[in-house]
Design a protein around this ligand. Structure first.
Ligand code: ATP
Ligand code: MG
Length: 412
């Protein structure tokens, strides 16, 4: 049997893991400066949580979940993490903590989709949620943090699209309007859209099918969909958000057809894309989801958040290679080499040695191949005197140093 990683999953190998670590480190710094605290929730939850929390008219719940039964319980590998975070928020009474409450997470998500470039079945998201603020300054803050993060990582060709999809009240009228607009051409839409037409017509705007997208672009349909429909309070919220973004010098484009894949969004929705990616060009998606906490059994709590696809960031992030090893110890005396290695590691030096004690020539070859910046020779003389020979593997220069001086020589 020839074992392979399951379709739609990928090993993250040591040769690329440094990019992940780099992005994770940068993100953590930025998020913690803005007072977001990390939360880690289980990778599986009750299936019902996603059916309620993501919405049973979404592709995610209808087609993409990994669900399994166990002792009459139905469990599902998380396809996203907002539902899990909200569940934890309610379960641990976090609404009683000082508001706003800011949380972030990272980890694997699972969706049964057709694997293709930029789309996997196990993929990773980094995301944040801000609870307790109804004011659009919260929407602006989360957008600012997303842009800052992508910028710090060095991503280019970014574009931010925003929209306001109204609140549960005004959206009903919008849904009717979408239905009226497309009814004359309804038979030409895909099977999924026919179901969406009945269950949640807004989601037709998110259809990936090219034929449906072309139909939506027809002037007679587009003009109806793009016309303003939201109520006064929603308009004010949107206007204020635009003001905040202008003050923060964040450029945006308004996309009237932007809706998100999840049912619980209201008012602000946004997406960040990169021109450097192919068809799957979205790196970050998010928005406001004021009704969700209450829907899942908590007290009414406004909330806004986003999630980024890590794999898509990784393909765009151009950073140089891994950190090289500092020192490779060459010695016939494996015990002493190991002892010295532990000592150097304790003092903050990354260090390796040859476990075999074989010929110096072979060990030196291994030292150069290891990519180490320096080697330390620990021969008979060095063992007798306690003074080490430090060799710069790039220039070939050698000098005598005491073990205590190594750190100084390497880093200053
Ligand atoms: P799409 O419309 O492309 O399917 P989505 O609405 O399902 O996207 P979200 O649920 O908002 O996406 O997820 C946020 C981000 O997570 C996306 O912008 C993308 O970068 C990433 N993402 C989503 N699904 C996948 C996947 N299957 N593989 C890799 N990354 C993904
Ligand atoms: Mg999707």
């Amino acid at each position: 049997m020839n074992y392979k990683a399951p379709k739609g999953t990928k090993d993250i190998l040591p040769s690329e893991v440094h990019i992940w670590q780099y992005i994770e480190e940068k993100s953590r710094n930025i998020l913690e400066k803005a007072n977001y605290k990390e939360i880690r929730t289980p990778v599986f939850e009750a299936t019902e949580l996603f059916a309620r929390g993501v919405g049973d008219s979404t592709d995610i719940v209808n087609k993409e979940m990994y669900t399994f039964e166990q002792k009459n319980r139905s469990l599902t590998l998380r396809p996203e993490n907002t539902a899990g975070v909200v569940r934890a928020f309610i379960e641990h009474g976090m609404h009683r903590l000082p508001s706003p409450l800011k949380l972030w997470y990272k980890g694997p998500m699972f969706r049964y989709e057709r694997p293709q470039a930029g789309r996997q079945r196990q993929f990773h998201q980094l995301g944040l949620e801000l609870f307790g603020v109804e004011n659009p300054s919260a929407d602006a803050e989360v957008i600012q943090i997303a842009m800052k993060l992508l910028d710090e990582i060095g991503l280019k060709g970014l574009s931010l699209e925003i929209n306001n999809i109204g609140c549960p009240q005004c959206r009903n009228e919008y849904k009717n309007r979408i239905k009226e607009a497309i009814r004359p051409k309804l038979e030409e839409f895909c099977q999924d859209c026919l179901v969406r037409f009945e269950k949640n017509p807004l989601r037709i705007l998110d259809c990936k099918n090219e034929k449906c997208r072309n139909l939506l672009a027809l002037p007679e349909i587009d003009s109806i969909i793009s016309a303003e429909f939201i109520c006064e309070p929603c308009i004010t919220h949107f206007e204020e958000l635009k003001d905040y973004l202008k003050t923060l010098n964040i450029e945006y484009v308004i996309n009237k057809k932007l809706v998100r894949g999840l049912d619980y969004y209201n008012r602000t929705v946004f997406e960040i894309t990169s021109t450097e990616l192919g068809t799957q060009n979205a790196v970050c998606g998010g928005g406001r989801y004021d009704p969700l906490v209450e829907t899942l059994g908590g007290p009414p709590t406004p909330a806004v958040g986003w999630a980024m696809g890590m794999e898509r960031l990784i393909t765009l992030c151009e950073i140089s290679g891994e950190n090289p090893l500092d020192v490779f110890i060459v010695s016939h005396d494996t015990k002493q080499a190991q002892k010295l290695a532990f000592k150097l590691r304790d003092s903050g030096i990354s260090c390796e040695f040859d476990f075999s004690g074989r010929k110096f020539g072979k060990q030196l070859e291994k030292a150069s191949k290891s990519g180490a910046r320096f080697s330390i020779l620990l021969g008979e003389e060095e063992l007798k005197t306690g003074i080490l020979t430090l060799k710069n593997l790039l220039t070939g220069e050698q000098e005598k140093v005491s073990p205590e001086e190594v750190y100084q020589k390497l880093f200053h």
